[in-house]
Design a protein around this ligand. Structure first.
Ligand code: ADP
Ligand code: ASP
Ligand code: MG
Length: 434
C-alpha cells in the first residue's frame, strides 16, 4: 500500500464546490488502496483578508504595523505572535470543512492543526522554520484506516505558541510531512498543471516541464517562482522526497521534481523566474576599510531582513559605495537601519530605489555552456533595458532592472532561449565548453 501526501492550495479549496471536488479526489485516492495524508491551505484570499484585518486594527489604534520601522524587538515579537494566531485560523477552517466533506462520502477522516501533529518550529513568527515533526499520532490514525487532514502553514514553537511558516508555507508542511512519514510521493495540487518554463500568467507561450531537477527547482523557487515555496524544495532535496506538481482541476502527469539528473536530457535553460517586488539601497561614501561590511549587514541580519544581491564599488579616496537589494516590503525597515549605520560610519548619504525587479534564468546546462550571460545581456540591450545589478551562480544568472520592463524582459528572454512552445525563430547560438 502506497502512502501519498496530497497538498491542495488556496484556489483548490477556494469555494465549497472546490472543497467537494478535493474530497472526491482524496476519496478516489483512498479507495484505490492508498494511505492518504492531506495538507490544505486557507481558502483563496483568506490569508490576505486576515492580514488586512490586523492592519486595520493596528492603524486604528495609531500604533505602527508589524515590521514597520520604529518597532522594538519585543513589540514585534508580541505582534507577530498574535498575527500568527490570527493567520493560522484560515487553514483551521479548511481542514474541518474538508473532513466534513470526506465524511459525507463515508471516508473516515480526521483534521489536525499544526500543534496537534505536532509540527515543531523555531519561535520566529511569520517565517518560522520546521525543527522536527513527530509522526506517531498521524501514523496511528493512518493505521486505523483514517485519512489525516493537516492544516498547512502552521506549527508550534518550544513555548507552545502558534507559528506560521511564511507565505506559501503549506507546500513546506506537505513536503516535511512526506519526509517524516517516508511517503512514496508528495503531490502538490494547484491551479496550474505543473511547473512551466516561466509563469504562464506572464508568458502565454510557456511550456509545462515533464521533469525538472531539484537543484533547478530550488533556484527557480528562491528566485521568485511561487508555485513551490523554497523551503519545501529544500526539504525535498535534503530528505529525497519524491515531489510532483499537478493540477487539482484537471488530470495529468504534472511535473516531477527529480533527484537524479543523469538520465535526463538537459535543456540549456530550464526556466525563467522573476520577482517584481525588489528594492535597492546604496550607502555612498563609506570608509573603505576592514569591518565596514559587517557593521552594515550585522544590524540588517539581526532584524531578519534578507539581503540578496550586493555590489561594492572599487574604492576611491579611501571611501566606497555599497549597493544591495532587499524585498520591497522590507525596504523601509532596512532604510531606517542603514540611515543609522551611515551616521555612525560617517558615510556621505543613503539612496534608495523601490522600483526594481529581478529576472533570473536557471539551468544545469549552464555548467557546460558558455555565452549564456552574454546572450542574456544582448537580449536585454536589444530591448532597451538597462541592467542595474548582476549576480550569478553555477546554474543561474540574475539581473536587476527597472520593474516597468519586467514582462517585456521575461517574454524576450523566454523566446531568445528557445523556450516558447512554438518558437518562431531558432534559439540563439551558444558555444559548448569542453
Ligand atoms: P497554491 O494556492 O495552489 O499554493 P500558488 O498561487 O502558490 O498556488 O502557485 C501557483 C501559481 O504559481 C500559478 O497560478 C502560477 O501563476 C504561478 N507560477 C509562477 N511561476 C510559475 C511556473 N514557472 N510554473 C507554474 N506556475 C508558476
Ligand atoms: N495560506 C497561506 C498563504 O496564503 C499558506 C499557503 O497558502 O501555502 O500564504
Ligand atoms: Mg502556494
Amino acid at each position: 500500500m502506497a502512502l501519498f501526501v496530497e497538498k491542495f492550495g488556496g484556489t483548490s479549496v477556494g469555494t465549497v464546490e472546490r472543497i467537494h471536488a478535493v474530497a472526491d479526489r482524496v476519496a478516489r485516492s483512498r479507495r484505490s488502496g492508498n494511505d492518504v495524508v492531506v495538507v490544505v491551505s486557507a481558502m483563496a484570499g483568506e490569508t490576505d483578508r486576515l492580514l488586512s484585518l490586523a492592519q486595520e486594527i493596528e492603524s486604528h489604534t495609531g500604533s505602527a504595523t508589524a515590521g514597520h520601522a520604529g518597532h522594538n524587538a519585543a513589540q514585534t515579537k508580541a505582534t507577530g505572535r498574535e498575527i500568527d494566531a490570527l493567520l493560522a485560523t484560515g487553514e483551521q477552517v479548511t481542514v474541518a470543512l474538508l473532513v466534513l466533506a470526506l465524511q459525507r462520502q463515508s471516508v473516515e477522516a480526521l483534521s489536525y492543526t499544526g500543534s496537534q501533529v505536532p509540527i515543531r518550529t523555531d519561535p520566529v513568527h511569520g517565517k518560522a522554520r520546521i525543527l522536527d515533526i513527530d509522526p506517531t499520532r498521524v501514523r496511528a490514525d493512518l493505521d486505523a484506516g483514517h485519512v489525516v487532514v493537516i492544516a498547512g502553514f502552521q506549527g508550534v514553537d518550544p513555548d507552545g505558541n502558534i507559528t506560521t511558516l511564511g507565505r506559501g508555507g503549506s507546500d513546506t508542511t506537505a513536503v516535511a510531512m512526506a519526509a517524516a512519514l517516508r511517503a512514496d510521493e508528495c503531490r502538490i495540487y494547484t491551479d496550474v498543471d505543473g511547473v512551466y518554463t516561466a509563469d504562464p500568467r506572464i508568458v502565454p507561450a510557456a511550456r509545462r516541464l515533464e521533469r525538472i531537477t531539484v537543484e533547478e527547482m530550488l533556484e527557480l523557487s528562491s528566485l521568485g517562482t511561487k508555485v513551490l515555496q523554497t523551503r519545501s524544495v529544500e526539504f525535498a532535496g535534503k530528505y529525497g522526497v519524491p515531489l510532483r506538481v499537478l493540477s487539482s482541476f484537471t488530470d495529468g502527469p504534472g511535473t516531477l521534481i527529480t533527484h537524479e539528473a543523469k538520465d535526463m536530457e538537459q535543456p540549456l535553460i530550464a526556466g525563467i523566474a522573476y520577482n517584481g517586488d525588489e528594492a535597492k539601497l546604496t550607502i555612498r561614501g563609506v570608509p573603505d576599510e576592514p569591518g565596514v561590511a559587517s557593521r552594515i549587514f550585522g544590524p540588517i541580519s539581526e532584524a531578519h531582513i534578507n539581503v540578496d544581491m550586493i555590489i561594492q564599488n572599487v574604492g576611491r579616496d579611501e571611501s566606497t559605495d555599497l549597493t544591495f537589494t532587499v524585498k520591497r516590503d522590507e525596504y523601509e525597515k532596512a532604510r531606517a537601519l542603514l540611515d543609522r549605520v551611515a551616521a555612525e560610519l560617517g558615510a556621505r548619504d543613503v539612496v534608495g530605489d523601490t522600483n526594481l525587479a529581478k529576472i533570473s534564468i536557471v539551468g544545469v546546462g549552464m555548467r557546460s555552456h558558455a555565452g549564456i550571460a552574454s546572450t542574456m545581456f544582448e537580449v536585454l540591450a536589444k530591448n532597451g533595458i538597462n541592467i542595474e545589478l548582476i549576480s550569478t551562480s553555477e546554474i543561474k544568472i540574475s539581473v536587476g532592472i527597472a520593474d516597468k520592463y519586467l514582462e517585456l524582459a521575461v517574454r524576450a528572454l523566454h523566446k531568445a532561449f528557445g523556450l516558447d512552445s512554438s518558437p518562431e525563430e531558432e534559439p540563439l547560438d551558444t558555444a559548448v565548453v569542453d
